[in-house]
Design a protein around this ligand. Structure first.
Ligand SMILES: NC(=O)c1ccc[n+]([C@@H]2O[C@H](COP(=O)([O-])OP(=O)(O)OC[C@H]3O[C@@H](n4cnc5c(N)ncnc54)[C@H](OP(=O)(O)O)[C@@H]3O)[C@@H](O)[C@H]2O)c1
Length: 263
């Protein structure tokens, strides 16, 4: 019988790519989704260099502009493939003042970070519920617990994902479906450059992936909402910020993010 696969969006770069490498090393068949086909092909070669027999399928999907159609298309492509879980890592940020950033780009961010994620979670959540098994990994952020001046829409998308994950966790748990939410701090990936930022303190994608893969393979059916804080930077920043009231956190982030924004 075919082993169930893990589907990863945002697999062509950064956190999603590292999770693919680490799950692949454990022998998990993979369905890798991204836009950059060269990067996906390179990742497939890297996985096959380690294990030539690993089943790896690639899909080029763009979640901007028509995220519901793109998500439905992906759902259709994977309809008859046995799945163990989905990691919804595709996303991007944009630093700058809300009124000065392109409104089209900010809507694109909402498409990729939110609308596609909600559509995919609805499809795979429904499917896993009927199968009475499955895992859904959602990417929140350290910015998912308050507003962030200079990153207003991005932080709002991650506040949504954080709240969404917490609600979904309890809805799906009785059906043996596990929701894992990950809230990284800054991580050294292509994210900073795409967001017009420069991180002077950040975790490595390997740290994030280690926590996610451990949660996906070791911790099964936790009793409370599982929000992972992967890596030392995420833990130090997350727990320190958590000591303060929300308005103080917003003010602190204004200063910290200001030092990371490219002029
Ligand atoms: N890095 C951080 O500091 C950090 C911190 C907290 C949370 N996160 C979250 O972690 C997730 C992964 O980010 P990362 O750090 O790994 O960044 P990354 O290296 O830039 O990777 C982002 C991934 O998302 C995909 N993506 C972007 N726009 C897309 C679109 N329109 N359609 C389909 N796929 C698209 C990219 O695909 P292509 O390259 O093929 O376009 C890429 O595979 C994101 O949700 C991000 O918000 C990151």
């Amino acid at each position: 019988m075919q082993h169930p696969a893990t589907l990863i969006t945002g697999a062509s770069s950064g956190i999603g790519r590292q999770i693919a490498l680490d799950l692949g090393k454990k022998g998990s068949p993979l369905i890798l989704v991204g836009r950059n086909t060269n990067a996906l092909e390179n990742l497939k070669s890297e996985l096959h260099a380690h294990n030539p027999k690993l089943p790896v399928t690639l899909h080029r999907i763009d979640f901007e502009n028509d995220p519901l159609h793109a998500a439905n298309h992906l759902a259709q492509l994977t309809q008859s493939v046995p799945l163990k879980g989905v990691v919804l890592a595709a996303g991007f940020g944009l630093a700058g003042e809300f009124t000065q950033l392109s409104i089209e780009k900010q809507h694109a961010m909402i498409d990729v970070n939110l609308r596609a994620v909600v559509q995919l979670a609805h499809h795979y959540g429904t499917r896993f519920k009927s199968e009475r098994q499955g895992q859904i990994v959602l990417l929140s952020s350290i910015l998912g617990f308050q507003g962030a001046p200079g990153f207003a829409v991005y932080a709002a998308t991650k506040n949504f994902i954080q709240g969404f994950a917490e609600g979904l966790f309890y809805e799906l748990r009785p059906h043996q479906v596990q929701v894992i939410c990950v809230a990284p701090g800054p991580v050294h990936t292509a994210f900073a450059n795409r967001a017009n930022m420069s991180f002077w303190w950040a975790d490595r994608p390997e740290n994030v992936s280690r926590s996610v893969v451990q949660a996906m393979t070791v911790i099964t059916h936790p009793t409370r909402c599982l929000t992972l804080r992967p890596g030392p930077v995420s833990r130090i920043m997350g727990y320190t910020l958590g000591l303060f009231p929300r308005r103080v956190r917003v003010w602190v982030l204004k200063i910290v993010l200001g030092t990371m924004q490219k002029k």
